[in-house]
Write a protein that binds this ligand. Sequence first.
Ligand code: TRP
Length: 334
Amino acid sequence: MKKTILTGIRPTGRLHLGHYFGASKNWVALQYDYDSYFEIADVQALTDNFDNPEKVRTNVREIAIDLLAIGIDPEKSTIFIQSMIPEIAELTIYYSNLVTMARLYRNPTIKTEIAQKKALFGNDGESVTYGFVGYPVSQAADITAFKGDLVPVGEDQLPLIEQCREIVRKFNSIYGETLKEPESYLSETKRIKGLDGNDKMGKSLGNAIYLRDSEDEIKKKIMGAITDPNKIKKDDKADPSVCMVYYYHKLINSDNLDTICKECKEGQRGCVQCKKELIESMNKFLSPIKERAKYYEENPEVVDKILIEGSKRAREVAKETLKDVKKAIKIDYE
Ligand code: TRP
């Protein structure tokens, strides 16, 4: 029997290289060895964006297109929409009794996110909602509904998986062995730096290259990327290890990496030329993804069908879990 992997993604924007190299490239490989569920977490996205439903709605399809374009195969994997599985919401209610408020506030991911909100909105956190603080509980329902063995995530998500494991243990100890305790699956995921040299590539940081950026956007972004600040003239010797252009050459495995590195160190390579070469490699790298995306952009009904069918399949599994859960809690009235 194949093991099951389950992971989720919030539909708040398109995928960029940070998502791709940090997580989703790996999902494509995993789908051949595991029963794979990829959840488009619209309910979770609403915890932050309840006042902007249009954004979430639009990005459900955009994320689906990105996932299909990078090679998630709907014949092998189940791509589904969280809100189409009401069983997840129901499980969330039962799990919410098993988590204290203190424990949620101590969750490092929640703690960081609340601190960011405070900094952003300049208040004392009074505006943090019940739904937001509780999203780890809902995420535990996402994972356990599909009896996930492994949850492939980035490092920032580890506290949420730990919280899920605690809920499972508590549930099983009170109501009897019912739920499967998942493990996180940290592949050699890396955090991808932004074009500006920031440690993280992120939408809100404005330093990201999106998988479906146009050639013009790519050109503009790469021409503005940070290089070694000590290199002023074309023949100055420079340090490629502090240069974002070299960083991206390496990331997408441009041709002639050794030559690029050597010429840069020896002052035989100008940054403009180096950026132009990167633009060319980046276009080459992204073009098959964009090509596949184009098909789905032009045929949105195909995407919607994949999502609806995936959600139907996923729902069957979640129904089973909910049945077991209700039986364990003795609320199985029929
Ligand atoms: N919280 C995850 C993120 O922000 C998304 C997510 C939702 C998820 N449900 C999940 C991840 C279940 C793993 C498992 O990236």
